[in-house]
Design a protein. Structure first.
Length: 143
């Protein structure tokens, strides 16, 4: 649905509600690493088609590349944190009716490169080339 004048879309409101639930659970101390993993896998299972395929593969890549990152949801999407702070995340195309999914990094990621560097990447599919680049980016982000 399109946004109302000056308002948020239904999808944006749903993401904000997801985030409020996540913050309340964290405040109550309910989020353990195992719970975060279960939440991420549940969100991935809700996805359709290529979003689900990419999210599953990204989850496997991130766990293999940086096993110390803790899976969790962030605005209702799969994310991975270090020391309680989100480092990287996946946003499905379907959730916001976009033509591509997004793999991104927060400002906590160690990706600094001069005065300007990318922090989010459009994903239409994951080939060996993209997977290798993601591995390199995740390694750099956690360093």
């Amino acid at each position: 649905m399109s946004p109302k004048k000056g308002g948020f879309t239904d999808e944006e409101r749903a993401a904000m509600k997801d985030r409020v639930r996540e913050l309340k659970a964290e405040a109550r101390g309910e989020k353990a690493k195992a719970d975060g993993e279960a939440d991420v896998l549940a969100k991935i299972a809700e996805m359709q088609g290529s979003d689900r395929t990419m999210a599953k593969r990204l989850h496997a890549i991130i766990k293999a590349t940086a096993p110390d990152l803790a899976p969790r949801t962030w605005y209702g999407m799969p994310a991975y944190s270090k020391d309680g702070k989100v480092l990287c995340f996946f946003q499905s195309a379907e959730k916001f009716k976009s033509r591509y999914a997004t793999f991104g990094f927060s400002d906590k990621a160690n990706l600094d490169e001069g005065a300007m560097w990318p922090v989010a990447f459009a994903l239409k599919e994951l080939t060996a080339t993209e997977e290798a680049r993601i591995v390199a980016l995740v390694k750099k982000a956690v360093s």
